[in-house]
Design a protein around this ligand. Sequence first.
Ligand SMILES: O=C(O)CCC(=O)C(=O)O
Ligand SMILES: [Fe+2]
Length: 348
Amino acid sequence: MELLSNAPVHRSVPDRYVFPPDKRPALLSDDHSPDVAFPVIDLHGGRLPVSDDHRHQVAAEIIRAGKEYGFFQVVNHGVGEGVVRGFREAAAEFFAMPAEDKLPYCSYDMSKRFRLATSTSYDRGETLYWRDYIKFRCYPASNENARHWPSKPANFTPSLIEYSAAVHELAQTILCLIAEGLGLDGGFFAGDLSGGDTHMSVNYYPPCPDPTVTMGLLAHCDRHLLTVLSQADVAGLQARHGDRWLLVHPIPGAFVVNFGHQMEIVTNGVLASAEHRAVTNSAVARMSVATHVHPTDGCRIRPASEMVHEAMNPAKYREFAFSEFMEAYDAADASREEVLQSFKICHD
Ligand SMILES: O=C(O)CCC(=O)C(=O)O
Ligand SMILES: [Fe+2]
C-alpha cells in the first residue's frame, strides 16, 4: 500500500489522483458570504445547564441548527484543550512514523479492528483520494478494543483513552439536548441507540500541490447516529446545503457536530443527515479526528413513535436492525440515496 504520509513531497499531482473535471471540488457557492456560516453553539462548559429555561434555550438552538443544516459547531464544550491537543499530537506522530512501523496496520479489510489505509474503500473508481486514515473502535477502552491499538507512539493509548471518554460524555450531553429539543424523553438516545462501540476515523490529508484537481474524501453521509469532529484550525470540510457546498470554517478548539443516517431515520426525517466531503490545500497538512457514535449492532431502528403521525406524517422508514444498515451502506458505496432506498417506505 502506498501511503501518502510516507511519500516524498510531490511537486505535481500524480495522474492517479487527478479527478475528471466534473468530480473536482469547485465550490458551488461563495463560501465567504456571511449568511451561510454554520451555527456555533455555546455549551456553557459542557455539562447540562441546570436551569430548565437555559437548557431549553440551548436545546432549541441545536434543533434549529440541525433542521436547517444538519451541521453545527460547539464551543465551550467542556473537553479540555490539553486533552484534544494530547490526542491530536499522538495521532500526528503516528502518521509521521516510518513506513515499516506502520506496515503491520495497513489493510483494506473492513473487519480489521485497527487499520491504516489510503484513499477510501467506498469509491471503486480508478482515481485515488488524497488521504491516509486510521479507523478503529475508540470507546469503551475495554481490553477487546484496546489490544488492537498501536503501541507506538507511546502516548497514543493514554491520550486516546482520555480523549474518547471526554468526547463520549460530550456526545451524550448533546444527545440529551437533542432529545429534549424534540420533545422526547431526555434519555431517549441513551441505551441501545448510542450504546454500540464508538468508532473513530483519523483522517490525514498532506499538503497537495494542486487542490483544484484532487479530493480529500468523497461526498457521503455518516452511517451511524452522531459525529463529533475536531478539525483544529485547518479548513477542508465542506457540507452540502441545498445545491451548494459550504465550507465549515475552522474554529480552533471547537467540535463540528453532524447527524448520521440513524438520526435522520429515528427522527422520521426531521434531523436529516447532510452530505459532506473534504478538499485538500497546498499549504499545510490537515488532520481531522471524527468520533462516530454507533447504535449496538442488534439495535432495532425505526422512526420514534413520537415523530410519526399516521395521517399527517406517516413513518418514512421501515424497521430494521442496525447491522442490516451497515451492510447496505457498504454495498451502496456510501451513496446517500442508494443506501436509503431499501429502508424507505413509499406512501403514494
Ligand atoms: O476530514 C473531514 O473533515 C471529514 C471526515 C469525515 O467526514 C469522516 O471521517 O466521516
Ligand atoms: Fe463523514
